[in-house]
Ligand binder design. Structure first.
Ligand code: ZN
Length: 501
């Protein structure tokens, strides 16, 4: 086999895998947007078949041989081809180390766990979910041993979602956060100027909220000929390639800001996907670098831009036009303070920007203890309540609003939560660097977001998965990750909102 022939096989392999992923993604997207409610059964079989085929295409010894051959000839490949081979090999190593029977068994376990978790959450019945979760944790620990027996199993899981991230870094990150943010939250509660957000709790007609989404997407320079918006229970972004990106939102009649910030958040994910390099299409390098980097881009738009005073000033005339009665007498300043109200609460996805990372810390602490085998699954509700009290000062009334609230653990995504907090912190560091080149608030106030998107495209978007988070941060900011930018940003922003001395 020549290198040229091997590269041709590699391209074919990538195209075939991408075709399966495209089909699976479309079926999923249809399921949550357009398919009738009770249409799950046939779809489950189709998805199972397609996933099996996609697995077989990749996890076979021929692919192993092809990747080994290309790695031996790395000197004859371009840097991008080498990166492609390296990423595929990494994935291949993981998959091929798990015996196929265990792989299939685990997929079935997760499928079952999803149903069990939904029911347990509805019925506030943690003990019914506990056996499933126990098996998931045991399987993940066992798989981590297959992937990398020398490493701590939780580090193996963290690395899966955020390449290069481990507990040592996260411990430093979270302790820096706790040291700065916990006293800030206490000061706001004790001496902060009160924030009135009562005007946000009214009826906001859905038709006007839809018009607001259109306005926001245009403001963000999202090309609607390549990005559509739909409505789902849980907002998300998905993309089949850079020319077909889908975002979704959920409209709440009594809360207009919920969809407003969903659209800006998912819009941030969409901009990333829409501006990845053309040369990455149909390869494993297409799409966002990691979960943490992806979240950094959505949170950059949602929080650092969307929840800024400049953004509120920009969109306020539109808000008044759409909701004249509801916002009568409200000033942009009042609206800005209301959307940034800090209030320790029970539910992560409803948390404000400042208390949000504290919710992540609760989950991180628990995941560490679980992987280390230091606590049993049955103790989780009690430990959850203790940690919530410790970090947020709130009493957990039931497991539905406690340990059962998130779907991540039932989906096997242990080690995923930290990437949300890390993403916000990356975003603060990136905006700090951007502010050396651009007057960000002035551009936002003018409604001219194109230079911001272009700045991000040059330094982050275009590279897709061709670079690791640390490289991207160095390109964008000139430095490795430093959480000080994040704690400084939050301290500055919230001290001003609450008039803290
Ligand atoms: Zn997101």
């Amino acid at each position: 086999m020549t290198v040229q022939e091997a590269l041709k096989q590699l391209t074919e392999l990538e195209k075939t895998r991408h075709a399966y992923e495209h089909a699976i993604g479309l079926i999923y997207c249809d399921a949550v947007t357009a398919a009738p409610e009770d249409s799950g059964r046939g779809r489950g079989e189709t998805l199972g078949t397609l996933s099996g085929l996609s697995y077989e295409v990749f996890a076979n010894p021929q692919v192993g041989g092809l990747l080994a051959f290309l790695r031996e000839h790395s000197g004859e490949l371009t840097p991008l081809q080498n990166r492609q081979v390296e990423m595929l090999n990494r994935e291949y190593e993981r998959i091929s180390k798990v015996p196929q029977a265990e792989y299939v068994q685990y997929a079935q376990l997760l499928n079952e766990a999803d149903t069990v978790w939904h029911r347990a959450k509805r019925d506030n019945d943690f003990p019914s979910f506990a056996p499933c979760l126990k098996q998931i944790v045991e399987t993940q620990r066992r798989f981590a041993g297959y992937f990398d027996p020398a490493r701590d199993p939780y580090d193996v899981s963290l690395d899966e979602y955020e390449r290069g991230l481990d507990q040592a870094q996260l411990d430093r990150f979270f302790s820096a956060l706790r040291e700065k943010l916990a006293p800030l939250v206490h000061r706001i509660q004790a001496e902060g100027a009160p924030v009135d957000d009562s005007f946000l709790h009214q009826e906001f007609p859905i038709a006007q909220q839809r018009a607001l989404s259109d306005y926001l997407m245009e403001l963000m320079t999202i090309d609607r000929s390549h990005c559509s918006i739909g409505e789902t229970e849980h907002p998300f972004t998905t993309n089949f390639n850079k020319y077909d990106v889908r975002i979704t939102t959920k409209y709440h009649l009594d809360d207009m800001t919920n969809s407003l910030f969903s659209v800006v958040h998912e819009g941030g994910h969409a901009l990333y996907e829409l501006h990845t390099g053309d040369e990455l299409m149909n390869t494993c390098l297409a799409g966002g670098a990691t979960m943490g980097i992806h979240e950094s881009q959505s949170r950059l738009f949602e929080n650092m831009i969307g929840r800024s005073e400049a953004f509120v000033e920009r969109i306020f005339p539109k808000l008044l036009e759409l909701f004249p009665e509801q916002l009568k007498g409200v000033t942009p300043r009042q609206f800005y303070r209301a959307i940034n109200k800090c209030e320790p609460s029970l539910i992560r996805i409803e948390a404000d920007e400042l208390t949000y990372p504290l919710h992540i810390m609760v989950r991180y602490d628990i995941e560490k203890l679980l992987f280390a085998g230091e606590i049993s699954i049955d103790e989780l509700p009690r430990i959850w309540a203790e940690k919530m009290k410790e970090y947020l000062g709130v009493e957990v009334p039931d497991d539905r609003r406690g340990v059962l609230q998130d779907s991540h653990w039932s989906g096997g995504s242990l080690g995923y939560f930290p990437s949300y907090a890390i993403g916000s912190a990356y975003a603060a560091q990136i905006v700090d660097a951007m502010s050396r080149d651009l007057d960000v608030p002035a551009l936002v106030r003018e409604g001219n977001l194109a230079p911001i998107v272009e700045w991000l495209t040059q330094r982050i978007y275009q590279y897709g998965k061709a670079k690791d988070p640390d490289e991207l941060l160095r390109i964008a900011t000139g430095k490795s990750f430093d959480p000080t930018y994040y704690t400084d940003y939050l301290t500055r922003k919230y001290s001003a909102i609450y008039n803290l001395k």
